[in-house]
Design a protein around this ligand. Structure first.
Ligand code: ZN
Length: 514
């Protein structure tokens, strides 16, 4: 009786949030700890819980509480978290009610099985083994796009789950601008390829020491281990079950230090976002992953990637970073780095080399890997491409964009986990995130006096505080486009990102700038 309509709505949403977080813990476990034999029963567990979550959310009770809460918050400030939370619940309530229950159950049950087959197919270089599962995932994705609805391209209905601010059409424009800037720079760099040769990775870097160094930098960036942990996963990811439990993963190669280290910094960027969400948003409508995708507390994949890429690349691969931290690394690896210095390390971690694997791609070629995937997804969804032809199509596009052809499908079409989990529409977030990361960092430089001096001293609090104030704390209250508008005064544009890449790599490779 004394409870407000909003409070009653909020209590109901908190239960929904608890169920979703329990599902996420089962997914984390499946990807880090579960023995392979557990895949089938884990699939059933996820299917049952996903159905329970959906039934909870699309219930008559949600409708009744939502109606009442809408009336109560109608007069709130348009930017208030209460109003935003209610609006967002309404938006997703309408979308999710369009998804048939059997589709949700089938997707949840297929995911761990399909991911398991993908892992084996990748290990054994056997695309034919994975193809039937990819066809099932694609069929489910098409059914989902039809259920949600779209005006122009089925891709639009799916990309909405990850980055609501883009469509197939708008991506074609953004990608066009990016290609026009990147390809000439890449051609100049390739012509000077020998410039950054080195032998730093010829040595052995023991896994335990790699982990110690990665975690020490993650903590310096601000990752709170009281609310986090680092594990090993074949395909690294970050996942959170509220801001109080934000976990990251990486994988190690003792002969290639950058893999685990930059993987750790990348996932740390995601984790800083999640740990930085306003505590008042915990278990509310603004920290919910309504469509069963993670990241959870951040507003979109693009916004999230803007943070992982910012910390990994613009900070972690900067000259200032290695000037500040090289001696700490050398203390752990005195023999491996005996003849090295910060400048050599800076050059070594920024070598541009058209290569086969997206997650290890340098900053100049990375987005070409993304464009290839997005083009394939659009083709699969509109029927212009067929699953059985993918290895051939993949290899042809790799040759066209990057001038390299994968020697096998493990290093080609089978390299990413996304499609095995049904994650169609998730790839544009990486490139959108890269573009936005440069806009956010430029705005932070404008606002924070002495920011670069602090970074040069290895002090990250001033940058993290700006990002928390302008991005992290808001959770899902504002869209990526709104966060950009509020902090930079403009919308998404490739100019700052291209300027950053041109300046950095022209200097590294002695290319004439401009
Ligand atoms: Zn990421």
């Amino acid at each position: 009786m004394s409870t407000s309509a909003y409070d009653a709505f909020q209590a109901h949403i908190a239960e929904f949030s608890d169920i979703l977080n329990a599902i996420s813990i089962l997914k984390w476990d499946a990807r880090t700890q579960m023995p392979p034999g557990g895949a089938q029963t884990r699939g059933w567990q996820l299917a049952s819980l996903s159905k329970i979550a959906q039934e909870h959310f699309i219930s008559e009770k949600t409708a009744r509480l939502l109606d009442a809460a809408e009336r109560e918050v109608a007069g709130d400030d348009p930017d208030s978290y209460r109003l935003r939370g209610v609006q967002q619940t309404r938006q997703y309530y309408d979308i999710i009610r369009r998804l048939p229950l059997d589709l949700v159950g089938e997707k949840a049950a297929l995911e761990p099985v399909s991911e398991g087959v993908w892992a084996e197919a990748k290990r054994d270089n056997d695309f034919k083994r994975f193809a039937p599962y990819l066809k099932q995932q694609l069929a489910l994705a098409k059914r989902q796009a039809d259920a949600i609805g779209y005006a122009d391209h089925p891709f639009d209905a799916l990309v909405f789950e990850y980055e609501p601010s883009v469509t197939a059409k708008s991506l074609q424009v953004l990608f066009g601008d990016l290609k026009a800037g990147l390809l000439p720079l890449l051609r100049e760099i390739i012509a000077r390829d020998d410039g950054l040769k080195h032998t730093l990775w010829d040595h052995d870097y023991p896994q335990e020491k790699q982990k110690a160094f990665g975690l020490s930098i993650a903590q310096r960036f601000g990752y709170d281990l009281n609310r986090g942990r680092l594990d090993i996963a074949p395909h690294p990811f970050e996942i959170s079950f509220t801001r109080q439990d934000v976990r990251i993963t990486t994988r190690y190669d003792s002969h290639y230090f950058p893999m685990a280290f930059y993987g750790t910094l990348h996932e740390t960027g995601h984790a800083l976002y999640e740990q930085g969400v306003d505590p008042a948003l915990t278990r509310t409508a603004l920290s919910i992953d309504y469509l069963g995708k993670y990241p959870v507390g951040g507003t979109s994949y693009g916004a999230h990637e803007s943070q992982s890429r910012l910390w990994e690349n613009q900070i972690g691969r900067s000259r200032a970073f290695w000037n500040a931290h090289f001696e700490e690394m050398r203390a752990l690896f005195p023999d491996q780095l005996a003849g090295a210095d910060p400048e050599l390390m800076y050059r070594a971690v920024n070598r541009v080399k058209p290569s086969l694997i997206r997650v290890e791609a340098d900053e100049v070629t990375y987005n070409l890997h993304i464009m290839l995937r997005v083009e394939i997804e659009m083709g699969l969804l509109d029927g212009s491409l067929q699953v059985d032809d993918l290895p051939e199509i993949w290899n042809a596009k790799m040759q066209e964009y990057l001038g390299v052809t994968p020697p096998n499908d493990s290093q080609g079409v089978l390299q990413d986990i996304h499609w095995s989990g049904g994650g169609f529409g998730s790839f544009p977030g990486y490139t959108v995130g890269n573009i936005m990361s440069a806009q956010f960092l430029a705005a932070a430089r404008r606002d924070v006096a002495g920011l670069d001096d602090a970074l040069a001293r290895g002090e990250y609090a001033p940058l993290r505080e700006w990002l928390t104030e302008n991005i992290y704390r808001h959770g899902r209250a504002f869209s990526a486009g709104e966060l950009l508008e509020r902090s930079t005064g403009g919308s998404i544009t490739v100019a700052p990102y291209l300027a950053y890449l041109r300046a950095k790599f022209s200097d590294l490779y002695g290319v004439q700038a401009g």
